[in-house]
Write a protein that binds this ligand. Sequence first.
Ligand code: MN3
Length: 217
Amino acid sequence: MGTFDLPKLPYSYDALEPYIDAKTMEIHHSKHHQSYTDGLNNTIDNKLMAKENRKKGIVELLVNLDQIRPELRDAVNFHGGGFYNHDLFWKNMSPDGGGKPEGKVEDEINSSFGNFAKFKKEFSDKTAAIQGSGWGWLVYNPENQKVEFITMPNQTSPITEHLVPLLGLDVWEHAYYLKYQNRRPEYIEAWWNVVNWKEVDFRLSRAETLAGIFSEY
Ligand code: MN3
């Protein structure tokens, strides 16, 4: 047992069928997410890591990456980002998902992007265009108090840039290749059918300050 445990999926592996297939979910969670968890634990257990950092939660580690020794910083960024991002990714989806955002998140999306259709197109197009592996994100920026779209490379989490992640889409090939092969845009289009807007709205309601997400772990 390491410091961090693989977070449980909030539904069964086949719950997001037909949009995301059970085999992809099983491998993605039980192998890929597990390997980020193991990589994070191995890094935390490294005796080069300062004792006070070993006691920090994942959000605190990622927000304060500059306090990690340079030799370990990349590993915390990669494995810690993978550990954290995937947990959000599972929560960001639901078998009862899809449809449109409502409430505050709808208002904020309209304010930043014009309307939901424009937001969806920008999110889809720019996430599909990520070169290599990475994620598309809807984030809350505490500095201008707006929601924004960004892409991040590999497993680097928006938290490391002090942006609050609200909705993330993993476009590593392991997230879709079994079912969609090279057709990333088709995977993205299908994914909108499982987006858990209630969760996104809940995250926004707590995102007013970055401190609002410190209580997660
Ligand atoms: Mn992944």
